[in-house]
Design a binder for this molecule. Sequence first.
Ligand SMILES: [Zn+2]
Length: 278
Amino acid sequence: MPIHQAFHMEMQTAFTMNATQIVVLFDDITARLDHYEVINNAPTRQSFPKVVERIKTLQKRSTIFPDGAALTASYQGTDFGLETLYDLVGWIFSVTGNTPEDATPANYYYPLIVLYCQWCRTLCAKVEKEPQMVQITWFTQESIKRVCIGGNLDRPKKLRKDIARTNRFGMLLAHGLAQEDERETRYTDDGGQLIGHCAETFPMLFIKSLKDKVTLPDVRGVAVKPFEALGEGVANKFAVPDTVALRQQLLEDPCKNCKVVLPRLGSINLDHFNILNL
Ligand SMILES: [Zn+2]
């Protein structure tokens, strides 16, 4: 691997860790927040042990959803309700580590989202679930490079999924990224998902919460299909797909809902989310 040392570990080593080893690493991050370069913001850091505890609890119960309420965790001082194990792990990826100055999709962003896919798969192996879609957004916050990562809500029990989707929609509404009359309407075709379902939800919320600290025209991102990206046929899983056909197979453009919601962040360039521009 090139420069990427995710979580101070070679990517290949990180990729092959089992569930116990991943949780041990999360505990180690909790104990050494400076070492792992967790965002230096008090509420964010105070949330870290709670997030790790919730991941352990869900793992023990062999579920990706909590029985009760979402877990409230801070992203740089703003509280959000994290529902699924994917939300929790995505939050860890979004607050841990130092994005290198010379980070590119090839040497950093794409390998990182593939690692997230793999860890979600590993942590959920017992329940044989994993997100159907994940997304990484990268941006500059007052000259510091950051990433935000999230997963969609697929494959839980329907009732609990609807509650989570409604909660996520409520957060989008509260942050001005959705409108009340969109609660049960969709821009996707019939049978498509409602707003709040998508993997982009937390990346969009986190960036919105940073207000004018983010250089919006430079924000970029890509959605990845874990089943395809981790597929046996993919020889080098960390390599950005290099043909149009492969990109169409492994990656996904923003859906019609996201094409409405993303521009509400401000001066976003939707072309920066196109799979052909990765
Ligand atoms: Zn979407």
